[in-house]
Design a protein around this ligand. Structure first.
Ligand SMILES: [Zn+2]
Length: 157
């Protein structure tokens, strides 16, 4: 859920894989949050600090994030018939979960956050909890994003 950092990673990926569309990389890194927004609108999921007990397990749980990633990279393969593109899309999409695992529980932004679930609502929550201070959030969100934009701009000059 750390919004900006995923965008930063898409810029970094664009430098590594210049032939892939930046928009496709944005889509890959934000796909799990897009699924979350859909479930949020449908009332199935909540932000991590919501007190009604609902979590973002169907979008952000380890099991479902893995399933969404496999499904999405399969769709990319079916459309493009490009195995490399499908693997990179899947890798970038799953980077979202890895980053959320590093950041969660995001105590600084969501004081009641308990981490990302392994399976569903009541399963074990995990995470390294890096987003617990303003400094960590600033470095993680703005630092990585500015770094990504910076190396991307240098790469296209
Ligand atoms: Zn997320």
């Amino acid at each position: 859920m750390p919004g900006l950092t995923h965008i930063g990673l898409a810029f970094i990926a664009k430098v590594i894989f210049p032939s892939i569309s930046l928009w496709l990389l944005f889509l890959a890194t934000e796909m799990i949050d897009l699924i979350f927004i859909l479930f949020l609108i449908l009332g199935i999921e909540r932000t991590p600090d919501h007190k009604d007990g609902k979590l973002s397990a169907y979008s952000h749980g380890l099991l479902m994030a893995t399933i969404w990633t496999i499904l999405s990279s399969t769709v990319v393969w079916l459309i493009s018939k490009d195995g490399n593109l499908s693997l990179i899309f899947g890798g970038m999409m799953f980077s979202h979960w890895i980053l959320d695992y590093i950041a969660s529980p995001m105590i600084y932004t969501f004081p009641n956050d308990t981490g990302v679930p392994i399976f569903f609502q009541n399963s074990k929550k995990i995470g390294l909890g890096m987003w617990k201070s303003k400094k960590a959030v600033n470095i993680g969100e703005y630092g990585i994003t500015l770094f990504g934009i910076g190396i991307y701009l240098i790469s296209i000059l």
